[in-house]
Design a protein around this ligand. Sequence first.
Ligand code: AHG
Ligand code: MN
Ligand code: MN
Length: 367
Amino acid sequence: MPLTLRSNRSTLTQFLIEERRRYPNASGDFNALILDVALACKGIAKAVAFGELAGLGGNYAADTGGSVNVQGETQKKLDVLSNDVFMQRTEWAGNLAGMASEEMETPYQIPKQYPRGKYLIVFDPLDGSSNIDVNVSVGSIFSILRAPADVIDSGRDVVDADFFQPGSQQVAAGYALYGPTTQLVLTVGDGVNGFTLDPNLGEFMLTHQNMRIPEDTQEFAINASNARFWEAPVKRYVDECLAGKTGARGKDFNMRWIASMVAEAHRILMRGGVFLYPRDSKDPSKPGRLRLLYEANPVGMIMEQAGGRASTGEVPMMGVQPTSLHQRIGFVFGSKNEVERIERYHHEPAPAQFENPLFHERSLFRD
Ligand code: AHG
Ligand code: MN
Ligand code: MN
């Protein structure tokens, strides 16, 4: 049992206040928003931990035939609950001009009884939720943007386009991971710091200061069941990893796939690695599996702030101009040298053996 009360670790609150001292003109709204987000994550962590004991396993509205979100995916009870917790904990304080979530087709307007503020939040309330019923780690991901000036000035309702800001404009990004411990990982654009929830105090304590991703790795993560749909550069990269010592890379690789992107991001942050959910030809209406605004951008900002790299496979993720709220995109992130190699493979002609005739026929995947 840790001697919590004698610990001299910073709490999240203390960390934020100390950060804020560097900006004497800051209003404190931002810190208040992060603390509300942290409280939402504590609530979700509890709900996840109680699971079926609180009747929270399984699909939402299972008895009435289930409910499907805007992504066409079946919602779990915990998806819906986590979304509500996020909204309820952040809508009241006057820090937000609006929000958007994986679980809501259109932006959520701050109810009239509350003041409106200068930030926007976009979130995936529960990432990896297909893992809920098998008791594997899941998490919440969030991205904080500044609201456009006319939204702040007029207090008008927000529209989709207000959220169409490239990742480079994020004010902050983070995730909470509900694993053996609950951790909150946060960047405010000045490195990445990790906090562990102290169950005795109910406080996030600073446990991982200035997290850095090793530039090289021998570990990769990809859903190999999609191999026949991959583009040539991805196929080449993975084949070279699999060839190990005997192939072009001259070293053996290890592979992981949790199917919980937030958990993979955390592993990579802790010990390096590369994650790929690339654009593929599986469903031409979906240019990738993961979503730009509330998965790729926040995780991408964390990667870059920790010295890693985040990419579409071809170009830096942080430079992508969003065009729709639930836009999907190919996502490659992690150890810098590996991500750069994958980008290079996309830009140079593939060796003949990786040229798949499938991709010649599909002009969508060719210049
Ligand atoms: P979500 O649960 O928010 O819909 O996201 C799930 C995502 C991501 O966490 C994971 O990496 C990926 O879906 C798993 O995809 P596969 O089922 O293709 O492995
Ligand atoms: Mn997700
Ligand atoms: Mn989700």
